[in-house]
Design a protein around this ligand. Sequence first.
Ligand code: S3P
Ligand code: PEP
Length: 437
Amino acid sequence: MSGADIRYWTATPGGPLRGTLRVPGDKSISHRAVMLGALAEGVTRIRGFLEGEDTRATARVFAQMGVRIEAPSDGERLVHGVGLHGLRAPVQALDCGNAGTGMRLLAGVLAGQRFDSVLVGDASLTRRPMRRVIDPLVAMGARIDSQDGLPPLQVHGGAVLHGLEATPDVASAQVKSAILLAGLYAQGETAVLEPHPTRDYTERMLSAFGWPIEFSPGRARLSGGHALRAIDVDVPADFSSAAFFLVAASLVPGSELTLERVGVNPRRTGLLHVLQAMGADIEVRPAGEQGGEPVADLHVRHAPLHGIEVPVAHVPDMIDEFPALFVAAACASGRTVVRGAAELRVKESDRIKSMAAGLRALGVRVDETPDGATVHGGPLQAGVIDSVGDHRIAMSFAIAGQCAQGPVRIADTANVATSFPGFVALAQGAGMGLADA
Ligand SMILES: O=C(O)C1=C[C@@H](OP(=O)(O)O)[C@@H](O)[C@H](O)C1
Ligand SMILES: C=C(OP(=O)(O)O)C(=O)O
């Protein structure tokens, strides 16, 4: 990106956050709804689809393989499924943009096709490790080439896949999902036994699309040779997007905010438990089910936070929320210790390094470790932050700016559109001091 293209935000304390907000649709569910809708028989109607760059990239990839996807209104998609074997060979490389989820799950789908394909991504995605999906898929019979386990991935068509009992070392829903999606095309049974349970959206959605699957936390098992039948998918609001507002309203005196109909799958709500343990006042008001997922209105009021040792068992259930947690920790009294979170180093950026650098620029002491950090709460000063093109880093420092003693200027914020289009307007509407300049 040339200097002239870099977008900046300026975050300043704006006063209490108030009102009722609905954040955009869940990213993980939106990716999967397009994928399974494309491979199903019939027309899948998606409501609450995340209009983010990551999920739109996934929709474009399936359009390149002959799937008709209509967008009758904002957040709505009609996916005209082509059936499990109906995808067509793409003419060009399939561009997943910034999305690890898109690329890793697609690798599983493409491993079972008759045609060759190439998966590419942006500069950040091109640095992210793919061996974690390549190795189990190759063990199932797939043929995938890469340079040192990094994108682009060349997926060769016509491989005969067989089922496998996979025991990945890393707790990753993306790895589990890639294996299960390849398992749809495999002979025999495919099982995944995880080192720690991760989000189970692929399992729940396969079942809703009529594919026989057995699953329980940390375990999933299915066989090839069935069919997917189109359904309607009503996507709940994304907990990871709501997280920024949970932290901001907890930190800013006088705040009282309700986040409506947020997906509260237990594999996503680790931050809720951790913030509550730090003293946050968050009430979870169950609001039934949406798209087969539990949803709740989250009512948050300002409360003073104190540092804690984050229980390692919560780490996979809050993996995308650590940047926001680091800000909560910086504004809390005492120390917050994070361990067992080495996965943060292989996200859109090295999120331990990016958050430590940004917080230090605001005068906060952060001691990094290979798998976490200790954040010492204290006053935040004015400063300039580089988001390094990582959406969650940019939004986290917008929250930090609400508690700082002077303006926090954040460089390179355009990437927020990957997961949270409309963040600035929603944040301003809630009362945050945030200028897109
Ligand atoms: O399966 C998914 O939709 C996701 C899984 C997580 O990644 P890992 O599987 O790498 O932990 C998460 O960080 C990502 O934002 C979405
Ligand atoms: C890690 C993330 O997404 P992905 O892996 O899909 O790029 C994220 O959204 O924080």
